[in-house]
Design a protein around this ligand. Structure first.
Ligand SMILES: [Zn+2]
Length: 433
């Protein structure tokens, strides 16, 4: 059984004090419970290493202030469906009561006329999406919520926020919440590094802060290729490993969880799920280019020089080039185009994308391209129907248009890949796709 007493993230009390000092909102026992539940799931996830099989069986016992609410079928089912989709684990969930501490201070909100709450990282999509959304909402303030797991990322978000102020005045309010890991409690060598539950922390934090402002939705800014995350990983083992961090089905199920938990409608939306990263960059004007330079996409280094060969780096480079933002390119440790490094592993992402695009193109040559896309998507049969409903909900699009939009998204990605492919030496010498 998972030990609930382990301190792993920074002290929770400090996190709550930070939220309260920034929002001075009415933190409720259910909000505290939600945070404890997602934190417990995250800790269980990182503490149980996946062995030969990807799927684990998780037994999680939560100490909550309102066990009667959590034990209701609709709430526990909604929570289980979130966990099983994002982590691909089976789980037994149980809830026991805990002593409710006094409710923290309440008071006035620091920001007025808040019209939107969004999740904000130091990534490229976050910046492009925020700029696009601010320009669409002609008035009102944006609260950009950043859960910070590394101190250096905090510095970058501060710089981005300062620059956003130059363009948009005080319309963007930065709300950064420290989620630093406690150095005393790292599980060296036994940690599960896939951490498929990490996005629960950000989504729950966004939901709690939105509720404190009386807002019933959280905007997330991520490009569609990374949201749907198929079919660019060709082998079955990799399909299981696909990240579903911001997948439309996860956002849809999280919306359901927050709605049934607090008994009022709530939703996470993803306005740019039908756009590629390069297309999202289209919202960024030339005068914003120096903000792009402040963003970071590397999955191997959040603080130093970008590696150049991870999925984040490859997609960033491809997108910057396609959107003619070449001048904003990072200096990469490894140039995946020249492929000069003898370490062939560094070519893996480019090869995977090449294979993925090859498979995509084959789909488009069939009578029913969408059915073919589904076949290679890595999505279980049982959730393929839900994909359309979920995507329609999180993009606020008519369900009848979802297939067309997904097909268009991947056609666009094929064009972008073909734009950079001739520059990749180890692919350019092979036959065209
Ligand atoms: Zn990288």
């Amino acid at each position: 059984m998972f030990n609930l007493d382990i301190e792993y993230l920074a002290d929770d009390q400090a996190i709550w004090q930070e939220i309260v000092s920034q929002t001075l909102g009415n933190i409720t026992p259910l909000m505290l419970d939600l945070w404890d539940v997602v934190r417990t799931i995250y800790l269980s996830d990182v503490r149980q290493k996946r062995l030969t099989e990807w799927t684990r069986h998780m037994e999680m016992k939560f100490q909550v202030r309102q066990p009667d609410v959590w034990r209701t079928e609709k709430v526990s089912d909604a929570l289980r469906s979130v966990v099983s989709f994002a982590m691909r684990d089976s789980c037994d969930l149980s809830f026991v009561g805990r002593k409710a501490e006094p409710i923290l201070a309440t008071g006035a909100f620091p920001f007025n006329a808040v019209s939107a709450v969004c999740l904000f990282s130091d990534g490229l999509d976050s910046l492009s999406g925020l700029i696009a959304s601010i320009e669409q909402h002609k008035s009102g303030n944006f609260v950009a919520v950043s859960g910070i797991t590394q101190k250096q990322v905090h510095g970058r978000i501060k710089k981005l926020h300062k620059q956003l102020e130059v363009f948009f005045g005080d319309r963007v309010k930065s709300q950064t919440i420290p989620l630093y890991r406690d150095g005393r409690a790292k599980f060296e060598g036994v940690e599960e590094d896939s951490q498929r539950s990490r996005s629960f922390l950000y989504l729950a934090l966004g939901a709690i802060i939105a509720k404190l402002y009386g807002i019933d939705q959280v905007e997330t800014y991520e490009n569609g290729i990374e949201m749907f995350s198929f079919p660019l990983k060709p082998c079955p083992e990799d399909l299981l490993r696909q990240s579903r961090a911001m997948h439309p089905i996860l956002l849809y199920r999280m919306s359901e969880l927050i709605s049934v938990l607090f008994e009022e409608p709530f939703r996470f939306i993803a306005p740019y799920a039908f756009r590629t990263k390069a297309e999202m960059l289209g919202f960024v004007k030339p005068e914003h280019k120096h903000l792009v330079e402040l963003t970071q996409s590397c999955m191997n280094s959040r603080t130093g020089q970008s590696c150049g060969h991870c999925e984040g780096c490859v997609l960033r480079r491809l997108s910057l080039q396609y959107a003619t933002f070449d001048s904003c390119e990072d200096s990469y440790k490894y140039d995946f185009c020249s492929g000069a490094d003898p370490d062939s592993k560094k070519k893996d992402v480019a090869y995977a994308l090449e294979c993925g695009v090859y498979r995509l193109k084959k789909c488009y040559g069939t009578e029913n391209p969408f059915a073919e896309l589904m076949r290679i998507s890595g999505l279980e049969h049982s959730v393929r129907g839900e994909l359309l409903t979920a995507t329609a909900a999180v993009t606020q699009t008519d369900k009848s248009l979802v297939q067309l939009n997904i097909l268009r998204l991947y056609e666009q990605f094929i064009r972008e890949w073909e734009g950079i492919r001739p520059q990749i030496e180890f692919l350019a010498t092979r036959n065209n796709l």
